[in-house]
Ligand binder design. Structure first.
Ligand code: THG
Length: 262
């Protein structure tokens, strides 16, 4: 499973401050710690407080790729911010994200093709976040159809059902899990799936427990990737164990250590 580290996000106070003060070493440390903990790729998000994302995004990309060749997941809802990130990147990239809005798809899919980037499609439309799994599937199918129409390979597409916090949208979580399974049957080859894991526990006081329980269940529904905190050791151990149980790697008594060394 593709593990995307979530911690380079201006939403976190230390990162928001480091972006503002151009504290490059702080950003690089955050990148390396996540990789050391098992991240395969790094989310890069300037955060809601950034007043100059067109300058902050390429600065973050350049700072991070001085210390790693891992893929970068460029996280912004603004196509211009994504594009300056793509221009600055020499590592592999994942565009995070595009909604199911036709106007957004018409702009972002050609960008993904031009820069040979992977793409995350989120099941949100102009009407907002869907209320049930049928609406999620409808938006997911619209994203896949738009990729097919524009000759963007579906193997390079991740669909994200948009995880909501359990304390405000408890009744939605079962549908979100089932969407992970249902998205796979939209096309052949199947699109991949991903999600922003920490959303599920926002505002609760047992975040780590809720995160690892939801992740374990999502993996059982066939999840291919997640944006998460790789420094949460219990979360990473649960992930490795869930994959072990699904026979994705071989059991030995030291399987946790063996996985981390691979
Ligand atoms: N899907 C996709 N991309 C995403 C998300 C998604 N990118 C952003 C987000 N959701 C995933 N990343 C985070 C990062 C941090 C938190 C949640 C999701 C988080 N932060 C603490 C909080 O808000 O309580 C901040 C704590 C602090 O300030 O220190 O929970 O769903 N495609």
């Amino acid at each position: 499973m593709l593990i995307i580290g979530e911690l380079i996000n201006g939403m976190y106070a230390n990162i928001g401050k480091a972006i503002k003060e151009r504290a490059k070493a702080e950003i690089q440390k955050c990148a390396l710690e996540q990789i050391e903990s098992g991240a395969d790729a790094l989310d890069i998000n300037c955060g809601p407080a950034s007043k100059q994302p067109l300058i902050d995004m390429p600065w973050l990309v350049e700072s991070v790729q001085e210390v790693t060749d891992k893929p970068l997941c460029l996280d912004s809802s603004k196509p211009q911010v994504i594009e300056v990130g793509l221009e600055a990147a020499r590592n592999k990239t994942i565009i995070n994200s595009v909604t199911a809005d036709p106007e957004k798809l018409d702009v972002i899919i050609p960008l993904a093709k031009k820069y040979n980037s992977q793409l995350i499609g989120i099941t949100i439309s102009k009407k907002g976040i869907p209320q049930n799994k049928d609406q999620r599937l409808e938006l997911a199918a619209a994203i896949v159809a738009s990729c097919a129409e524009k000759d963007f390979p579906v193997d390079n597409l991740f669909l994200d059902p948009i995880v909501l916090p359990v304390n405000v949208a408890q009744a939605q979580l079962k549908d979100i899990l089932e969407s992970i399974r249902d998205f796979k049957i939209i096309s052949e080859p199947s699109p991949k799936t991903t999600l922003g894991l920490s959303n599920v526990s926002q505002g609760t006081n047992v975040r780590s427990l809720i995160n690892r329980t939801f992740l374990t269940m999502a993996i059982a529904y066939g999840l291919d990737s997640a944006i998460l905190d790789p420094k949460d050791k219990e979360l990473m151990d649960a992930l490795i164990t869930a994959e072990l149980i699904l026979n994705k790697h071989i059991y030995c008594d030291s399987y946790l250590d063996a996985y981390k060394k691979k």
